[in-house]
Write a protein that binds this ligand. Structure first.
Ligand SMILES: NC(=O)c1ccc[n+]([C@@H]2O[C@H](COP(=O)([O-])OP(=O)(O)OC[C@H]3O[C@@H](n4cnc5c(N)ncnc54)[C@H](OP(=O)(O)O)[C@@H]3O)[C@@H](O)[C@H]2O)c1
Length: 269
């Protein structure tokens, strides 16, 4: 089957993630802003996007009719209304539907749309806006829509296709996880300020150090512990601080945060 090239996208639900996706695709050069149509019920809250050249509005049917790829980006409890509204204008021959909604299965969405429509679930994070998202994708048994989804999310970060049953764990590790790493950077910066840096300098130092740690893994293929071994000299300051973090439950707290988010994500939808 020939891959459908995406020329116009409709983002149904211009909230936090909808904004980030719209900006990410334009920043990545995938689409011009005028070819990204973002909807929400309160159009006044789309004024900034409108000022940036995006098409905005409240009419979901019009957005779908104008697009070849539809991103469902509303809250789980808002989805039924959206599906009722758009089902009659979804075209199986031209549309690919991508849901980024937490906890709602492809079966549930497919049951409300015309038979055979290309449908994908995606779990990105807000770093799509800086083209550094980790996005997990789940596809149906026909894998319809997977190339379209990869073409959209590869340009705003890294994608990994996983089984749909792993989408809830992916939500915890990637979508919630970005907040955990942001809080980690914030905490490091607070420590930096206490030991003498101005707040803005401390944040820069902490964030760039976090980026370096991530790149050692992503670019060099290193394991975190082998990189830690390289910076922990015997009786040195790094191992002293690291062990203090662990005495205070650092790894345990992060693990428990991931588990708690996964349990909560399971309850959504
Ligand atoms: N935020 C993240 O980092 C993230 C990451 C991965 C997945 N997700 C998932 O992505 C979805 C959106 O998350 P979010 O954080 O962007 O939530 P959000 O900020 O609450 O955005 C949801 C948007 O949907 C709009 N909406 C509600 N009903 C609508 C309708 N009938 N037609 C058009 N728009 C409608 C709302 O605007 P109005 O009230 O003005 O209509 C709101 O702007 C959620 O399901 C979430 O689980 C989020």
């Amino acid at each position: 089957m020939r891959m459908r090239k995406v020329k116009r996208i409709a983002i149904i639900g211009g909230g936090n993630l909808g904004h980030a996706l719209a900006r990410g695709w334009v920043k990545a050069g995938l689409l011009k802003a005028k070819n990204v149509h973002v909807t929400r019920r309160h159009p006044d809250r789309l004024a900034t996007l409108k000022g940036e050249g995006f098409s905005v509005g409240t009419d979901n049917q019009k957005a779908v009719l104008d697009a070849d790829c539809i991103i469902l980006a509303v809250q789980p409890g808002q989805l039924e209304d959206v599906l009722s509204e758009i089902a009659s204008v979804v075209d199986v021959d031209s549309h690919t539907i991508i849901s980024v909604i937490t906890g709602v299965t492809m079966d549930r969405i497919a049951s409300r749309l015309p038979d055979g429509v290309a449908l994908v679930r995606a779990m990105p994070n807000t770093a799509v806006e800086t083209m550094t998202s980790m996005t997990c994708l789940a596809v149906d048994t026909h894998r319809s829509g997977v190339e379209v989804a990869e073409s959209l999310f590869d340009v705003v970060g890294i994608t990994l296709v996983i089984d749909e049953e792993m989408m809830t764990p992916a939500t915890a590790l990637c979508a919630c996880g970005i907040a955990f790493f942001l809080r980690t950077i914030r905490a490091a910066a607070q420590g930096g300020t206490e030991i003498g840096f101005h707040a803005d300098e401390a944040l820069l130092l902490a964030a760039q150090t976090a980026r370096g740690a991530a790149d050692l893994i992503l670019q060099n293929g290193a394991h975190p512990e082998s990189e830690i071994d390289r910076v922990t000299t015997p009786r040195g300051c790094t191992i002293a601080g690291l062990n203090e973090l662990e005495h205070r439950g650092f790894s345990s707290a992060m693990i428990r945060g991931i588990l708690t988010s996964a349990a909560r994500a399971q309850e959504l939808g």
